[in-house]
Design a protein around this ligand. Structure first.
Ligand code: HEM
Ligand SMILES: N#Cc1ccc(COc2ccc(/C=C/c3ccc(C(F)(F)[C@](O)(Cn4cnnn4)c4ccc(F)cc4F)nc3)cc2)cc1
Length: 482
C-alpha cells in the first residue's frame, strides 16, 4: 500500500466499492474497518473516494478544519439545492440559501436563524408545543378509544410537524397544513434522498413532483410575507419568519422574499426529520422500560406540580432531558458528516496525506457508542448522565466565531457531538430540546405505552434514508386512561 495515503478498504467491485456495506449499517462498517485499518481509512462510495477519520482526533480534524481545506456545499449541494450541471439549483431547499451560496453568506444566514431562536421566542413556543400534543391526543384517530395499538413513528412525525409549524413556522403555515401544504411537504420530502448525492437531476416523476412542490411551498411563504408586510405584526408573534423579515445581512441589505421562503423550507425539512426520528426513538426505548415512564411521571409531579411546563421549568426536568440526551447518543439522525477535500491535508503526527478530491467523513456517533467513553455503550441508560461527563469545565475554553456567534474550539474533541461542532455546528439545538422536551412531558402526562410484545427488542435502525430512523412501522400499545 502507498505509505503516504490512508489504507484503502478492500472491496470486490470498483464502482460499488463498499457502498452497500456502509449504506446498510455505517457503524458496524466503521468498527470493522477500525479493527483492520485503524482510525483513518479510505472506502469507495458510488465511485467517490471517501476517507473516514474516526475518534476525537478525527472529529476535531474534520469539524474544526479550515475553510480553505474543507468544503461542505460541494458535498451537500446536490442533496439540498444545487445541481453541478446547470445554474438552476435543484429544489429541496432551493436558491440562494444554505449550500447554494458561499459559506460566508450562509454563516450570515445562520446568525439570523440563531437570533430567531431567542429564548424569548422559545418561551412562546413551549405552550404551543404542549397544545399541539394535547390536540393530537384528543382528536387523532390513532387515539380513539381508551387504548389500542398505533405506529409510533407516524404519530411522532405528525406531532413534531404540527409543533414546528405552529411555532417556528407561524400561524399561517400551521393553518395551511390541513390542506395543500401537507401534500407539498410530502412530495418535497420524497425527493430528499441519498440517491440525490449522485443523481439529483434525474428526470424521474418523483423529482419532477419534488420541483413542483418546492415552487408551490416557496410561493406559499412569499404570499404570507407579502400579506404580513401589509398587516404588520399585530399580535406580536415570535416566529422565525418575522425574525427573518426584520433581519438584515451584515452588509445591511434585506433578505429577499425567495431566500426567506427557502430558509424556512430548509428549517422545516431539517428540523422535522431530526425531531421526528429522535422523538420516535425516545418513545420506543421508553415502551421497553415502563418503570422509566413512571419515574418521568413522578419527576414532573415534583417539578411542575400539575402546572404546564414553561421554557424555564423544562430545563429543571433532569430525567426528561437525560432521556433525550441518551437517545441522541445512540440515535443521532445524522450518522455521517461529510466535506470535500479542496487541498491535500496532512494528518498530524503521521506521514499520511489525504489527497484533494477525497470526501472526508466524520462519524461522531462512533466514540459515542464506544465503551472507552461510555461504559456498556450500547445500553440505552439515561441515568448514566446522572454524573455529568468529566469534561474539564474549569479549564477556560477558547472560542471561535464563524459569523453566527462564539462556538467552543475544544468541543470537537468531545466523544458526544450529536449537534456537530465548529463552523457547521447546529443552530437548532435549543429549539430541538424545547420541542422534544415539551412533547415528552405531555405524552407522559396523558398516556401510558409499552411494546406490543414486551419481549421484542427495540426496533433496528434504517440507515437508507437521509436521516437514520427506526425501521417502519414501529408499533406500541398505548393506554389513555391516565
Ligand atoms: C435532534 C435534533 C437535531 C440534531 C441531532 C441536529 C444535528 C445537526 C448536525 C450534526 C449538524 C452539523 C451538520 C454538518 O456539520 O454538516 C447540524 C447543523 C445544522 N442544523 Fe441541526 N440538528 C437538529 C435539529 C435542528 C433544528 C430543529 C434546526 C432548525 C430548525 C436545525 C438546523 C441546523 C442548521 C441551520 C445547521 C447548520 C448546517 C451547516 O452549518 O452546514 N437543526 N445539525
Ligand atoms: N447503497 C447505499 C447507500 C444508502 C444510504 C446511504 C446513506 O448515506 C448517507 C450519508 C450521509 C448522509 C448525510 C446526512 C445529512 C447531511 C446534511 C443534512 C442537511 F444538510 F440537510 C442538514 O444538516 C440536516 N439537518 C441538520 N440539522 N437539522 N437538519 C441541514 C442543514 C442546514 C439546514 F438549514 C437544513 C438541514 F436539513 N442532512 C443530512 C446521509 C446518508 C449511503 C449509501
Amino acid at each position: 500500500r502507498d505509505p503516504y495515503k490512508p489504507p484503502v478498504v478492500w472491496h470486490w467491485v470498483p464502482l460499488i466499492g463498499s457502498t452497500v456495506d456502509y449504506g446498510q449499517d455505517p457503524y458496524s462498517f466503521f468498527f470493522r474497518c477500525r479493527e483492520k485499518y485503524g482510525d483513518f481509512f479510505t472506502f469507495g462510495l458510488l465511485g467517490m473516494k471517501v476517507t473516514v477519520y474516526l475518534g476525537a482526533k478525527g472529529n476535531n480534524f474534520i469539524l474544526n478544519g479550515k475553510l480553505k481545506d474543507l468544503n461542505a456545499e460541494e458535498v451537500y449541494g446536490p442533496l439540498t439545492g444545487k445541481s453541478p450541471l446547470s445554474l438552476k439549483p435543484l429544489p429541496v431547499f432551493g436558491r440562494g440559501v444554505v449550500y447554494d451560496v458561499d459559506n460566508a453568506r450562509f454563516m450570515d444566514q445562520k446568525r439570523l436563524l440563531k437570533e430567531g431562536f431567542s429564548s424569548q421566542n422559545l418561551r412562546a413556543y413551549v405552550p404551543q408545543f404542549v397544545a399541539e400534543v394535547e390536540l393530537f391526543v384528543n382528536t387523532n384517530v390513532a387515539f380513539r378509544g381508551e387504548s389500542g395499538v398505533c405506529d409510533i413513528s407516524s404519530v411522532l412525525s405528525e406531532i413534531s410537524l404540527y409543533a414546528a409549524a405552529g411555532s417556528l413556522q407561524g400561524k399561517e403555515v400551521r393553518d395551511s397544513f390541513d390542506s395543500s401544504f401537507a401534500t407539498y411537504y410530502r412530495h418535497l420530502d420524497d425527493g430528499f434522498a441519498p440517491v440525490n448525492f449522485m443523481f439529483p437531476w434525474l428526470p424521474t416523476p418523483v423529482n419532477r413532483r419534488r420541483d413542483r412542490a418546492q415552487k408551490m411551498m416557496a410561493k406559499l411563504y412569499t404570499d404570507i410575507i407579502k400579506k404580513r408586510r401589509v398587516t404588520g405584526n399585530q399580535d406580536g408573534s415570535n416566529d422565525m419568519l418575522w425574525a427573518l423579515m426584520e433581519g438584515r445581512y451584515k452588509d445591511g441589505s434585506q433578505i429577499s422574499d425567495e431566500e426567506m421562503a427557502n430558509l424556512m423550507i430548509a428549517l422545516l425539512m431539517g428540523g422535522q426529520h431530526n425531531t421526528a426520528a429522535s422523538g420516535t426513538w425516545i418513545m420506543l426505548h421508553l415502551a421497553h422500560r415502563p418503570h422509566l415512564i413512571e419515574e418521568l411521571y413522578q419527576e414532573q409531579l415534583v417539578v411542575l406540580g400539575g402546572d404546564s411546563p414553561t421554557h424555564e421549568t423544562l430545563q429543571q426536568l433532569t430525567l426528561h432531558n437525560n432521556v433525550i440526551k441518551e437517545t441522541l447518543r445512540l440515535h443521532s439522525p445524522i450518522h455521517s458528516i461529510m466535506r470535500k477535500v479542496k487541498q491535500s491535508m496532512h494528518i498530524p503526527d503521521t506521514d499520511v496525506v489525504i489527497p484533494a478530491g477525497h470526501i472526508l467523513l466524520a462519524a461522531p456517533g462512533v466514540p459515542a457508542r464506544s465503551d472507552e467513553f461510555f461504559p456498556h455503550a450500547l445500553n440505552w441508560d439515561p441515568h448514566r448522565w446522572d454524573k455529568p461527563l468529566k469534561n474539564d469545565e474549569d479549564a477556560e475554553d477558547d472560542t471561535i466565531d464563524y459569523g453566527y456567534g462564539a462556538v467552543s474550539s475544544k468541543a470537537a474533541y468531545s466523544p458526544y457531538l450529536p449537534f456537530g461542532a465548529g463552523r457547521h455546528r447546529c443552530v437548532g439545538e435549543t429549539f430541538a430540546y424545547a420541542q422534544l422536551g415539551a412533547i415528552l412531558v405531555t405524552l407522559v402526562r396523558l398516556l401510558q405505552w409499552e411494546q406490543v410484545d414486551p419481549k421484542a427488542p427495540v426496533p433496528a435502525t434504517d440507515y437508507s434514508s437521509m436521516f437514520s430512523r427506526p425501521v417502519h412501522p414501529a408499533t406500541a400499545h398505548v393506554d389513555g386512561t391516565k
